[in-house]
Design a protein around this ligand. Structure first.
Ligand SMILES: *Cc1c(COP(=O)(O)O)cnc(C)c1O
Length: 445
């Protein structure tokens, strides 16, 4: 049988079937149809509480934000609100969704390296807590909009600490050409700060950095935190103010498959402890007042909480050793294989305890050879009509979904304690043509 990161709210029952939130996954598939995104509410809340508790215990004055680009919908902002987290948004669309969910705007951080005038206007109109500024143009326009409204907009400046992290390692780089942030190592971040200090309608509250995603290496975060503390000290010295907020971004890794660490809440607590320690110790030796510490986990809050259910359509032996199991979804609901050759754990939802002896590749239904869900995974023998569960699809799946091939985007349900509720309705065929217009001159021909 295929191993995964078991938890009380997602496991295999005595009947050999996969259960999530107290419900049998295959039953959900049959009731709601497939493809189907299923989200485990208890797991989402557990992760939010883990971060909130950790930052309070290990640091004190801090706030975790849910990085909502991982999975954005009204219910997610409602859950984040009820757990007392802030959120970060990266577009007018996410900001609009947060607002519509009644999320307190003072705890919204608005990111993006290329915000439009409309988005910046929205930020000021909605009174978002912080705009994370990442360009000179943005600073100027935001200042103008705030001035028109007679307001002072709180901002953070995005900086590049010269630390880049990947799953199992980090690199310190003083030359990377990232499109994000002002480099701190060559004086550009300080220079930008000085440039905008004179902007009367912007208040520089602090700085933000984000070093990567799907990171397991604690030291990456520690080094970034140390570099940010050094930078805060130079701001104090050169610009005459002590930044009040240090936002270190997100990026904590999750279990997808195989040898990935099976992260537990206490492991994430350990990340926060290490970061907190680095900031506290660094500030003490630099004689800096401890800033408010902000972190922005996205993937680690919803990634493992979500699974996708599919129905098997066809099975085809393409060659000696390539056997395709094609399902009723694909890159439209999960483009991560096509984008990064991502790997996943796949289970036969009703035979999750059966020996997984058959090597297969899970293919999607789209007209692209690269449309796969998972390559070279092991399953028991399956046939048309069987339900497959792909695990750890909660982050960057629905949020990256598309209508490619005019397939509808699946719906999402939220499960907890044996109850299921729709949180995103499955698109209908008429949703697909809703925005289409045939110009009169074509109609007449
Ligand atoms: C994507 C992103 C995050 C969240 O990253 P995860 O890997 O999902 O935790 C946080 N902050 C910023 C600025 C991001 O771009």
């Amino acid at each position: 049988m295929t191993d995964f990161n078991y938890r009380p709210t997602m496991n295999v029952g005595g009947d050999g079937a996969l259960y999530i939130g107290g419900m049998k996954a295959a039953d959900l598939a049959r009731e709601y149809g497939t493809p189907l995104y299923v989200f485990d509410e208890d797991q989402i809340r557990l992760m939010m509480r883990t971060y909130k508790g950790a930052i309070e215990r290990h640091y004190g004055n801090g706030l975790p934000l849910y990085a909502s680009k991982a999975f954005s919908c009204l219910s997610m902002y409602s859950i984040a609100k009820s757990e007392g987290l802030g959120v970060d948004v990266v577009s007018g669309g996410e900001l609009f969704t947060a607002k519509k969910a009644g999320f307190p705007m003072k705890n919204v951080f608005f990111h993006g390296n290329s915000k439009t005038d409309e988005e910046l206007k929205m930020a000021v109109d909605f009174r978002v807590g912080y705009v994370v500024v990442d360009s000179a143009e943005e600073a100027k326009i935001l200042n103008d909009f705030a001035k028109e409204k007679g307001r002072v907009q709180n901002i953070l400046v995005r900086v590049n600490p010269g630390v880049e992290a990947h799953t199992h390692k980090y690199v310190q780089t003083a030359t990377n050409g990232s499109k994000f942030g002002f480099p701190i190592w060559d004086g550009r971040a300080l220079g930008f700060t000085k440039e905008i200090l004179g902007f009367k309608n912007l208040r520089i509250c602090g700085y933000h950095c984000h070093i990567g995603s799907q990171i397991f290496e604690k030291q990456s975060f520690v080094v970034a935190a140390q570099k940010m503390v050094e930078f805060f000290a130079s701001v104090k010295k050169e610009c005459g103010f002590t930044p009040a907020v240090m936002n270190l971004g997100g990026g904590f890794g999750i279990f997808y498959e195989g040898d990935d660490p099976k992260m537990k809440p206490e492991d994430y607590d350990g990340f926060v402890a290490a970061i907190s320690d680095a900031v506290t110790t660094g500030c003490k030796s630099a004689r800096l007042k401890k800033p408010r510490l902000v972190i922005e986990p996205g993937r680690s809050i919803v990634g493992e909480a979500g699974i996708t259910l599919y129905t098997v359509n066809t099975i085809k032996n393409a060659s000696e050793d390539v056997r395709y199991v094609a399902v009723d979804g694909g890159m439209g609901d999960n483009p991560r294989y096509a984008l990064y050759e991502s790997r996943y754990t796949v289970l036969a939802a009703e035979k999750a305890d059966a020996p997984a002896t058959r090597k297969v590749t899970i293919a999607g239904k789209c007209c692209e050879s690269g449309d796969m869900i998972a390559a070279d995974v092991y399953l028991p023998d399956v046939e048309r009509g069987d339900i497959l569960a792909v695990l750890s699809t909660g982050a960057y799946n629905y949020s990256m979904a598309s209508n490619y091939n005019r397939n509808v985007i699946p719906g999402a349900i939220l499960v907890s304690g044996g109850k299921a509720d729709v949180i995103i309705k499955k698109q209908t065929l008429s949703d697909l043509t809703r925005g289409d217009v045939i110009p009169q001159r074509i109609k007449n021909k």
